[in-house]
Design a protein. Structure first.
Length: 246
């Protein structure tokens, strides 16, 4: 059994500065405190938008310090608010996992393949899709920051979707060994069933965005995360939140 915590869209700003008047650091720390109560977490994945704006290195240094205290294996991914060069200066990112400034790689953990893509450019370049097609055709979990299709979230679907989603989705559908795709970016918890695949969107630790409104509207300020449990034959995934708004 592999048990993963997926956190996403934490949007940490520079020291002592809140992001849009939200205590993003306090929310992230509250989520980490809850996670430390779990006794059997194998891996923490932060699936992009670690920084608030353009990948501020001070934000990464603060995050790295908190993760060091957590004392848990972790993987960081790049989102559209991140900077790959700065991430490499702070986090233990292997150089062989960075290709032409993009972070995409395969990682086998407890005999289970995990695949990571980089959509920091708001698109998924064909070179990454070609790489994905070259990976062993065995049951694998796929992680990417942007959802590769619309998710019935009106504001995010129309304002900030993956730009080449139609082409990407058509190619992902053909990869039958990839059934479960885990994303962030949308600041909401969502499960989408489409073309024999399951798209799992994790909530943000910053805030949750209302799914049905045309304009931006915060649905909740509770920090959330996704729990993923997989034993290669069956996957169980659910979301949890800090009990009260921070």
């Amino acid at each position: 059994m592999l048990r993963i915590i997926q956190m996403t869209d934490i949007h940490i700003d520079t020291p002592e500065k809140p992001y849009h008047d939200i205590d993003v650091k306090g929310k992230f720390l509250a989520a980490l405190e809850k996670i430390t109560a779990y006794s059997d977490i194998d891996l923490l994945i932060i699936s992009g938008d670690l920084a608030a704006h353009q990948g501020e290195i001070e934000a990464y240094e603060w995050i790295a310090q908190q993760l060091k205290i957590l004392n848990m294996p972790y993987i960081v991914m790049a989102g559209n608010h991140d900077n790959m060069h700065n991430m490499q200066q702070v986090f233990p990112i292997k150089s062989q996992n960075v290709h032409h400034g993009m972070l995409y790689f395969r990682y086998v953990f407890k005999d289970i393949p995990l695949l990571f893509l980089d959509t920091a450019s708001y698109a998924l370049p064909q070179v990454q899709i070609d790489w994905l097609k070259q990976q062993p055709a065995v049951p694998s979990l796929l992680f990417m920051h942007h959802p590769p299709t619309f998710c019935n979230c009106t504001y995010m679907d129309h304002k900030y979707p993956l730009r080449n989603r139609q082409d990407v989705w058509a190619q992902l559908v053909a990869l039958e060994h990839i059934k479960h795709i885990f994303c962030g970016h949308y600041h909401t918890a969502r499960t989408v069933y489409k073309d024999n695949k399951v798209l799992h969107i994790a909530p943000s630790t910053m805030l949750q965005i209302a799914a049905r409104t045309q304009d931006f509207e915060a649905a909740s300020y509770q920090p959330g995360w996704r729990v993923i449990e997989w034993d290669e034959n069956q996957l169980n995934s659910y979301v949890e939140y800090v009990d009260v708004a921070i």
